[in-house]
Ligand binder design. Structure first.
Ligand code: NAP
Ligand code: MG
Length: 401
């Protein structure tokens, strides 16, 4: 069989623990035998990040900016415990945070659906994608526990001119205060990434906030977001995609009776909360993909889950594991499909589709890893090992190619 040629390079970022083991299996069994692809390889394994003083993460992000598409394995974000475990120089920052900062991107999380896994919400027939704004609000706040009586004020000191002061509250006793912010630049970039994603996937875009109560903060956020979306009216019309603003509580109510197939753009906190709600509503962490989209159209694909640490420790003890590789495989297919789309190579897109179909086909015929045994209908007592599942995917793929 002649291999399919991927025209332009794909940035590959290796990772840690169980997902690193899975990563190698995917490359050996599902990618390299079928494709000739120039992989720009960056080892984001925690030890190599430590050895390079985290320079490798910055280099990888710059490579995505250069080549347009990347695929990333899950990585450890070290805490004090990990610093000891892996004998690191320090607790390096989250690679995802570093890459997001450099590409100025927004993360979209999308569930992978099969006919025999029913979402907890019966009306959900198609994926609900969450786009979470990843800057500001609660996550970059100043807060204070008020010890007793006193006046809390909001003060803005302009670069030139007189300060603006507002009373937040006249405290008669103890309480709490918080100050949050956002910037027009970040909101515009978020809105633009949402439009890029919605048009790329051809799904309608929703955005919710509470502008009836917060007549400045939420209303301004909504206005800037909507204004930026409207600048891309041409793109939306070309893709047949509509934009809808709703009050956030209305959005939540509508989502629970919607069939899905939409992008729900969420402010930072809403996205944190509702992405977990939607993820568990659709089933398993092993079935959730994630893509970082920059406003200028650079894409980085990965699984939404972490390095599956507990399974890795079992693997190290020599015990068999049954870790779900689906989200990691879909990170590869997502990246390959995007590469094919940007390069104008339909055979690469076709391969991505065939590989996804082989994965879905396995699950729908009851071939699953342990995490899915109680989710599939009918439930099954039987499950494959990590490698066994991938081998079944290979068999199915071989039949369709
Ligand atoms: P995790 O890797 O997401 O796994 C948590 C638990 O969820 C697992 O122990 C497992 O449950 C289940 N699970 C997750 N993915 C699965 C899969 N593919 N197949 C089967 N079960 C799966 O989170 P963690 O173990 O708490 O975190 C490990 C490391 O991941 C941390 O160091 C964290 O920094 C990192 N992390 C990285 C990313 C990223 O790179 N994007 C994201 C999140 C976390 P059972 O144990 O019950 O089987
Ligand atoms: Mg969360």
């Amino acid at each position: 069989m002649t291999k399919i040629q991927v025209k332009r390079p794909l940035v590959e970022m290796d990772g840690d623990e169980m997902t690193r083991i899975i990563w190698q299996m995917i490359k050996d069994k599902l990618i390299n035998p079928y494709l000739t692809v120039d992989l720009k390889y960056f080892d984001l394994g925690v030890k190599h990040r430590d050895d390079t003083d985290d320079k490798v993460t910055v280099d990888a992000a710059q490579a995505i900016a250069e080549f347009g598409v990347g695929v990333k394995c899950a990585t450890i974000t070290p805490d004090a415990e990990r610093v000891t475990e892996y004998k690191l120089k320090k607790a390096w920052p989250s690679p995802n945070g570093t890459i997001r900062g450099i590409l100025d991107g927004t993360v979209f999380r999308k569930p992978i659906m099969t006919k025999n896994i029913h979402p907890a919400v019966s009306s959900w027939k198609k994926p609900i994608v969450i786009g979470r704004h990843a800057y500001g609000d609660l996550y970059k706040c100043q807060e204070y526990v008020v010890p007793g009586a006193g006046k809390a004020e909001l003060i803005f000191t302009p670069a030139s001119g007189a300060p603006v002061r507002m009373t937040m509250h006249d405290f008669k006793g103890p309480g709490i205060i918080m100050g949050i912010h956002n910037t027009d630049k970040s909101i515009r970039s978020f809105a633009s990434a949402c439009v890029t994603y919605a048009c790329s996937e051809k799904i309608n875009l929703w955005f919710g906030a509470k502008d009836t109560i917060s007549k400045k903060y939420h209303a301004h956020f909504k206005d800037v977001f909507s204004e930026e979306v409207m600048k891309r009216k041409g793109d939306l019309e070309k893709a047949g995609v509509t934009y809808r603003y709703l009050l956030i509580d209305d959005a939540v109510a509508q989502i629970m009776k919607h069939e899905g197939g939409i992008l729900w753009a969420c402010r930072n906190y809403d996205g944190d909360v509702f992405s977990d709600m939607v993820a568990s509503g659709f089933g398993s962490l092993g079935m959730m993909t994630s893509v970082l989209v920059s406003p200028d159209g650079k894409f980085e694909f990965e699984a939404a889950h972490g390095t599956v640490r507990r399974h890795y420790y079992e693997h190290l003890k020599g015990n068999p594991t049954s870790t779900n590789s689906v989200a990691s495989i879909f990170a590869w297919t997502g990246a390959l499909r995007k590469r094919g789309e940007l390069d104008g190579t339909p055979d690469v897109m076709k391969f991505a589709h065939a590989l996804e179909a082989a994965v879905i086909g396995c699950i729908e015929s009851g071939i699953v890893t342990k995490d899915l045994t109680r989710l599939i209908d009918p439930p099954s007592g039987k499950y494959e090992t990590t490698e066994g599942f991938i081998d079944h995917v290979v068999k199915r793929l071989e039949k369709t190619l």
